[in-house]
Structure formats: C-alpha cells, structure tokens
Design a binder for this molecule. Structure first.
Ligand SMILES: Cc1cc2nc3c(=O)[nH]c(=O)nc-3n(C[C@H](O)[C@H](O)[C@H](O)COP(=O)(O)OP(=O)(O)OC[C@H]3O[C@@H](n4cnc5c(N)ncnc54)[C@H](O)[C@@H]3O)c2cc1C
Length: 286
C-alpha cells in the first residue's frame, strides 16, 4: 500500500513531473504502468515517501525515427513495441514474451529498465542493441548507455530527481544480424530462467567485425558476455569457433542459484543457446 501520508502527484506534462521530482529521495517512486510497482506497494516491500504517476504524460510516449536510429518514449508499452513497425526485430520479439496481453498493455520500456530486475526481458536486448537511456531532471539531462545504466541487483544509475525520458536504439549496421531467445518454465507467461540477445555484424566475406552478446536472468543483473566477441571478432566463424565462443560466453555468465533456477542449469542452457543463436546469425554450417 502507498502510505496514507505519502504525497502522490499526477502531472499531465513533463515540466510538472520534473518539478514534482525536485524533492525526490531514494525512496520516492515514479509510477508508470505499475505492473512491478503495484506489487511492491501491496507487499509492503516498497514504502515510498513520494509517488509521481507519469502515465498521463504524452511527451513520454511514442516511437520515432531519428538521425541514426529510433527513439522510444519511456512510456511505450510492450504491446506498442510489438505492433510498431519501427521497433527493432528482437526488441519486438522480447516484448511479445512479457507476461500476458493485460501486462503488455501496461508494462513500459521505462519500467523494465527502471525496475532493473535481473529477470527483465527487454534489458538484454537493449544491451545487445547498444541502446542509450536518456534521463531528464528539472535542470539537467544526460545520456547513459543501457550497459552503464544497470548498476546492480534492482539498482540503476538514475538519480532520484531524474526521469527516464526515452531509449535510443541505433540503426542496424549493414549486414548486422540479431538473435533473441527466452527460456522459462513454459512457453507463455513465464518468468525467465535464461534470456539471451545477440547482434553480430560481418564484412562481405563473412568475417565478424562486431558482436554484442547479453544475458538476462542468469546473474544478479543483466550482463554482457564480452568473451563471445573476443573469441569471434576478426575471424570467419566455423563450427569449432562457435563452440569455443559459446563456452567462453558460459564462463562470462557468473550464474546464480535462486527460486527460478540453478546456476548449473543456467550455465548449460546459456552455452547451448549461444551456440545455436551464433550459428543462426552467422549462417555457419554445423
Ligand atoms: C504477472 C506479471 C508478469 C510479468 N511478466 C514479465 C515478463 O515476462 N518479462 C518481464 O521482463 N517483466 C515481466 N513483468 C514485470 C513488469 O511487467 C515489467 O518489468 C514492466 O516493463 C514494468 O513496467 P511498468 O511500466 O509497469 O513499471 P512500474 O511498475 O510502473 O515501475 C517499475 C520501476 O521502474 C521505475 N520507473 C518506471 N518508469 C520510470 C521512468 N519513466 N523514469 C524513472 N523510473 C521509472 C519505477 O519507479 C519502478 O521502480 C511481469 C509483471 C507481472 C505482474
């Protein structure tokens, strides 16, 4: 429950929201779709001293093409990500796996970042796509890479007075291929045990020139798997090389045991999925 003494603001524009956040502390909360936060409030795990409900702010909505990429407003829901033609393929795919239709109609991309859950499904994709988070406060604004934004377990680089305004996704490089896979206890409406997202670029003869791999639900936060790129960049993939890259990615995972799965299951699945996805996005024969 929101404590009865807690002020709740319902601004209709960005300036009013940022003014309301001037007094925010580490226990204050921005409320977007509420699919995470209402659970937190009801369980008593979060007892805010200030709530700023941003749901009515149109300036935080919409997906627009910009120079060099696409800007996605923080209030863009998973349902909108799925149906908007400007959404990057694997981001739409990940959004489709979030909860059921009712959750997707409320769950926002800003909330998925803001909650910084290790099991968030959109954040590994944002790391693989090299996305940037745009933060605004009453007197300042800044851009932080999605990688640096996710600091730790449910911890972000956002300051209490800042709002996640939008996410910028750079446009696809020539010959860039991407892959996404989520593994849960079942195929629909499942919290992830392992999520992987990859983006790889090759030159005209098939040499990998750039690669980003990210994993969710495995460690305490969404992480990058830098050894996959270190193993493959500058080389033409072969089955043997992809096996080695998947094994290195497994070592990057630092998987944890928790209520959703065991570290050993996560390591095994991550390695297997990395191998399969790498094959698919590099067109390497088995
Ligand atoms: C039944 C159910 C199933 C779910 N299934 C999945 C799933 O499959 N995959 C998945 O990834 N998630 C899942 N979730 C979690 C949740 O739906 C997502 O994390 C969602 O993206 C959160 O968005 P929201 O707008 O509801 O965030 P909220 O609950 O409103 O906020 C979440 C956090 O982000 C902060 N925040 C939100 N917006 C901003 C902003 N603009 N600026 C600064 N801070 C902000 C809030 O202060 C809060 O700390 C599920 C939740 C439920 C209840």
């Amino acid at each position: 429950m929101i404590p009865p003494t807690c002020p709740v603001h319902l601004p209709c524009d960005l300036t009013s929201a940022l003014n309301a956040l001037r007094e925010a502390t580490a226990t204050s909360r921005v409320l977007a779709g509420g699919t995470d936060l209402m659970v937190e409030f009801e369980s008593g795990r979060t007892r805010p001293d200030l709530v700023v409900d941003v749901w009515q702010i149109d300036e935080l909505r919409g997906i627009t093409a910009e120079d060099g990429g696409v800007r996605i407003g923080a209030l863009t829901t998973c349902a909108e990500l799925v149906r908007d033609p400007l959404t990057t393929d694997i981001l739409a795919e990940a959004a489709w796996t979030v909860g059921a239709a009712q959750i997707r109609a409320r769950a926002t991309i800003g909330g998925n970042l803001g909650t910084a859950s290790p099991a968030a499904d959109l954040t590994p994709v944002l790391l693989a796509l090299d996305a940037t988070v745009h933060l605004v406060a009453a007197d300042s604004s800044r851009d932080v890479s999605a990688r640096d934004f996710l600091v730790g377990y449910r911890e972000t680089a956002r300051r209490p007075q800042e709002l996640i305004h939008s996410v910028f996704v750079p446009q696809r490089a020539t010959r860039e291929r991407r892959g996404f896979r989520k593994v849960g206890t079942r195929n629909a409406q499942a919290i992830s045990k392992v999520v992987l997202a990859l983006a790889a670029t090759s030159d005209g003869v098939g040499t990998v020139t750039e690669l980003r791999a990210a994993a969710g639900s495995i460690a305490e936060k969404t992480i990058e798997l830098p050894s996959v790129a270190a193993t493959l960049v500058g080389l033409q993939p072969t089955d043997r090389l992809l096996r080695a890259a998947a094994r290195c990615g497994r070592d990057d995972c630092r998987a944890i045991d928790d209520v959703r799965s065991t570290a050993s299951y996560r390591h095994n699945v991550a390695e297997r999925l990395l191998y399969t996805l790498l094959h698919a996005i590099t067109d390497t024969p088995a």
